[in-house]
Design a protein around this ligand. Structure first.
Ligand SMILES: NC(=O)c1ccc[n+]([C@@H]2O[C@H](COP(=O)([O-])OP(=O)(O)OC[C@H]3O[C@@H](n4cnc5c(N)ncnc54)[C@H](O)[C@@H]3O)[C@@H](O)[C@H]2O)c1
Ligand SMILES: [Zn+2]
Length: 368
């Protein structure tokens, strides 16, 4: 008897409707059936990352369930208005009309860009996301944020345009480079830290299976992370309060990302940011120091950095933080845990101002 692959389904609601995130190893074998159910009768165009195109045949099977496929070059450098315009023009030239739909196959870059194309083409077409990276599966596929980068910064032009469905096949991770695979897991650790101590415990138990990209372990990780992100986003779709908890580790993480000129991957910076911000939470939010010990051990076992080994001074990192668009009244703010699985609400913004002296204490916690 061969056990059927584990299936998990998370229902996500938002201001304009709802969609299901379905996680199952091998689900892409039935992509045509799923698309027919999610976007019935629509003419589907695929937008796919160049790195996944060679694997589509293996994942999906003989007959591709789309009229045309449009390929975008891999990497963050594709998340531009130039690429948005090129893809939009290609779709229009190929006859895309109001009866069209888009299926986006790739990581967060593909999802954000294809989602923004879908948000704007003919004033909005439905799109289905098929995420193929850990980041896209457990983070960017939920929340409806789409957009592109500019020379002034990342994600500065975009729209809220949730997908009409998300189909997640953990088998697609088999070809993802190791560093990208592990970096995405930092956001899962964050989800446990901010909202679900039992999830954090299960990550500690599953480290080995996750390292092997075991389909069942990945399925349950993705489903739990998606459920947590969906719960937070549903409670606060337009970022007035609770959604700030998803920024745990990101005030310092983003500063490292910018100051290092993207030498580290986003998830690697988040791992360091979570540790530094937990050290701050010990001072400002009464966090038990034992939480940081467990966090550090878990991150290290997942192959994520726990020490900042790049030559970045406190001053360089503080300067990067002073430019954060989430600052208020000139003060740097952090979302801080009060306990494993619980975030401080503060004044309702779920963030607190943090002095530069305390930020320096946080940074000291990740110095080798
Ligand atoms: N919209 C949101 O809420 C949200 C949330 C988090 C991140 N993001 C965005 O997501 C982006 C980062 O996403 P990412 O980490 O997935 O990066 P990515 O899309 O660039 O993918 C990482 C790398 O893996 C390759 N790749 C993707 N799938 C593969 C597979 N299955 N096999 C082999 N190679 C594969 C890609 O070509 C790329 O080189 C950033 O632009 C970030 O701003 C958005
Ligand atoms: Zn992040």
């Amino acid at each position: 008897v061969v056990a059927a692959p584990a299936t998990d389904r998370v229902h996500v609601t938002h201001a304009g409707g709802a969609y299901d995130v379905v996680v199952r190893a091998g689900i892409l074998r039935d992509l045509a059936t799923h698309l027919a159910a999610i976007v019935p009768g629509r003419r589907v165009a695929a937008l796919a990352d160049a790195a996944v195109v060679p694997h589509l045949h293996e994942w999906i099977g003989e007959s591709a369930p789309w009229h045309a496929i449009h390929v975008l070059p891999s990497g963050e450098a594709s998340k531009t208005r130039t690429e948005w315009a090129r893809l939009s023009d290609e779709l229009l030239a190929s006859g895309m009309g109001r009866d069209g739909a888009i299926v986006a196959i790739g990581g967060g870059v593909t999802g954000d860009l294809a989602g923004f194309v879908a948000a704007t083409l003919l004033r909005g077409l439905p799109y289905v996301h098929v995420p193929t990276t850990t980041v896209a599966m457990l983070d960017s596929s939920v929340g409806g944020k789409t957009g592109v980068d500019t020379v002034h910064g990342k994600n500065l032009i975009g729209a809220f345009h949730p997908p009409v469905g998300v189909l997640i096949d953990p088998l697609t991770l088999q070809t993802l480079p190791e560093r990208h695979y592990r970096a995405g897991l930092a956001e899962a650790v964050k989800h446990g830290l901010i909202r679900d101590a039992a999830y954090f415990d299960s990550l500690e138990r599953d480290v080995e299976r996750l390292g092997q990209r075991d389909a069942d372990a990945v399925t349950s990780l993705v489903a739990r992370s998606v459920a947590i992100k969906a719960a937070v986003v549903q409670a606060d779709e337009f970022e007035r309060g609770e959604r700030a908890t998803l920024n745990a580790g990101h005030t310092i993480g983003h500063a490292i990302e910018h100051a290092s000129a993207y030498a580290l991957l986003h998830g690697e910076c988040v791992a360091l940011g979570l540790l530094a911000e937990c050290a701050i939470a010990e001072q400002l939010a009464g966090l038990d120091p034992e939480v940081r010990v467990r966090l550090s051990t878990l991150l290290a076992r997942l192959g994520l950095p726990v020490h900042l080994t790049l030559p970045l001074t406190d001053e360089m990192l503080l300067a990067a933080m002073r430019h954060d668009k989430k600052n208020r009244a000139g003060l740097v703010r952090c979302a801080l845990p009060t306990a494993l699985g619980t975030m401080g609400a503060g004044d309702g913004s779920f963030t607190q101002p943090v002095s530069e002296a305390l930020l320096t204490i946080g940074l000291a916690a990740i110095r080798p």
